[in-house]
Structure formats: C-alpha cells, structure tokens
Design a protein around this ligand. Sequence first.
Ligand SMILES: [Zn+2]
Length: 460
Amino acid sequence: MRFRYGLILGALLLAVIGFATQIGLVRSQPAQTSQPTSTLFENVRIFNGTSAQLSAPSSVLVVNNKIEKISTGSIAAPSDTGLTRINGGGRTLMPGLIDNHTHIMMTIVSQAELLSPNTTLEVIDRKAETAAKEMLLRGFTSIRDMAGPAFGLKRNIDKGAEIGPRIWPSGAMISQTSGHGDFRTLKELPRSATTPLSRGELLGAGAIADGVDEVLRRTREQLMQGATQIKLAAGGGVASDYDPLDVSQYTESEFRAAVEAADNWNTYVTVHAYTPKAIQTAIRAGVKCIEHGQLMDELTAKIMAEKGIWLSMQPFLDDEDAIPFPEGSPNRAKQLQMTQGTDTAYKLAKKYNLKTAWGTDTLFDAKLATRQGVQLAKLARWYTPFEVLKMATSTNAELLALSGPRNPYPGKLGVVEEGALADLLLVDGNPIEDIKLIENPAHNFKVIMKDGKIYKNSLA
Ligand SMILES: [Zn+2]
C-alpha cells in the first residue's frame, strides 16, 4: 500500500517538475559558454598573507573567482574575456581581511531592539543586510559568525541577492539554563515541557539545552541548518545577566555530546570561555577552539599549546570601543574584570606560541561596527604590523578551514597565490610599514574584490 502511494506520488512529482520546466520555473544549469570575467592588476606590490616582505612590482591576473597568474614580468591579458585592467600604481595588493568572531545578525541592532517582541524579523534582517554590506566595504571578505541566525543572509549573499562577506555560520549559541546564551527574564522560569520558546531562541540567537540529549538535539539542529561549526557557552559572560564570570557552564559529558555530534559531521566545537576551569573542561571533552580566553592562566596556556587548541581572541580593552554598559551595573563590573585579562592573555598566547586567531565580537552598536579595522590595528600593542596582518589573513583562514567538508567555500583563502580564491584588497600605501592604514578603509582601500568580483574601485 505504502509502496503504491509512493509510486503515485513519484509520478505526480515528475509531472509537476515537467510542467514547471516547460513554463520556466525550474532553471536548467547555465551552459558553460558564458564569457569568463577577468581582472588584471598591474604594478602592485604583494603582501601575500604569509611573508613579511612585499613582492617586487608585479602583475596579478584574476580569472573568474581565482587568482590565475602572478608574475614580476608582464602578463598577457586574455583576449577572449571581459577584462578589467587596474593600474595599481605601486600600491599594495593583499588578501581580503577575515574577522573570526562576528554576530552579523546582531551587529548594528541594539540589544533592547533585538529582544523586544515589537521588533519584527524583517527589521532585524534589513539591519543585518546593511551590516554585511558595510563589512565587505571595510575590506572584510570572510567572517566566522559566532551566534545568530545568519543562514538565510549567507545564502542570499552567496547567490548574489545581497552584498556581504563569505559567512561561516554557527547558528544559535547553545547554552545551559542560566548560561551566557540564556536571555530570558526571571519571570519566564520555571520552564516545563510545554513552555514555548523564548524570544532569543525564536530568533535563533541562542538555544537553551540541558543534559546530553538536549545538547545533542540542539547541536544537530544547527548542523541541519548549515552550521559550519558549533558554538557553546562554557562560562560566564559580560552581556548576559545571570552568570558571573567565574561560573563554569556545562559538564564534561554535555560538552562531549556536542563534540561527538559535530565530529560526526566532520566539524568542530568552539566555546565562549574566559576562565581556566571553563577552558580546561571544554578541552577535556574535545573542544578545538576557545573564544576569548581573557582570564586564562599559565597552566591553561600550556595545555592549549600541548593540544594545539585554537585561541580566538579579541583585543577587548576598557577604551572607547568597549560596549557601553551602565556604570555600576553588574555587566559593567564583569566587563572591567574581563578587559583586565586581555594583556596577560595575549602575552601568554605569545609565550606559548598558541594558534591565535583574531575577531571583533562587535554587538548591538552601529558606530562600534565601523571600528572593525581600528580593532584589528589595536593588536599592534602585542604584535608587529606584519604579525597583525598575517593573523587577520592566512592564520584566520586556517581556522576557517577547520570546518573541513563543512567549509562552504572550498579553495585557499587568506593568501595571494596562484590558484587561491580571489578575495583581494588594493591598499594605498604599505600596511606592513603603517598598520594605521587599515583603520580607514573608506580612504585607503582603493579596490575591494571578493570571489573575483569588484565591489569597490575608487581608481576607476
Ligand atoms: Zn561573541
């Protein structure tokens, strides 16, 4: 009986597809006869993402979305293509920048706006689209998104319906009850089996899960939607209201559940964690990357070095770029405690040669979002300009590649070399000599290319 219904359904489906094809609803794959597009950069000096020296004046040919040829001699322009020729005038050609800790859906929308039931999903989506476009025009061609419902935006960017960076989405940050991803009010407690989802969960910003079974389910739900890695909250956070910084979140077996579910999808788990206990518990369960790590100690750094664990750090300081929490509030107190750890954490990262990635973690503030390049240049307190640029290009790309087969953009990123994906910036000056150039992308980034496509060319 079931089989026969299957046959009938199948026949119906075929008929529908046939009809849809006739009326043009189903598009056939475009034939490979369309003209390739190409761009020839001439007279550029290359920062290739890994070497501290700029190249001699060179030419770089991009065909479709890849770097086809690099030469210090001249490159014959392909005659059969729609060629764009860019005379670099001796400027620096470098890889597009990568921010490894963003919340693209929550970058320029305020926290109050986000949590208010009066703010529609459409409003949040429009703001996220604006945030993504502005981010690409600041020279950020790839981002690793560390919580938020970015799946739809990513798809729209990839198919060209929106403008923005390549996105590695985590989906919702998975959090225990009372954890860093639990943004309910106390009035919403206790939760029963029939309690509807909270606002943060409905948005897809956080997913509350307690116990191995719930952690497995929530992890798999993110993977089903296209998460490229999984993010869990392992300890107290600044922006959340019920978890002091010293608290650890999740047991080792709960972490292990997420790690196993992610591992079955050949990807990894990263965690929000500041303290030694939170970091060490997560690592024992197989977590591969730590977001923040500001309050780590020497032993924790040693363990991370031994096990090759990534540290995804942000130069959080108590400066003009700190998220403004009311003076005297618990959030502000936690912020002060956390930012005091930043200097020590970077020194430990250097001492133990940890695999260190960089990201901004900008949230809830349109003005702060514009400071992305400034946040990167701040690393010059601890690193040479070359080390800063390498971290935001080839090193950050290594962390992106940790998603293995879940990486949505196969190909090399973060480098300028033949065969790599063509995400490129043409910088007016030499950022290895003057890191401050990256603070003002509107003025100093003359050309911005992502996936072989030019999004900005102020030399034209
Ligand atoms: Zn974050």
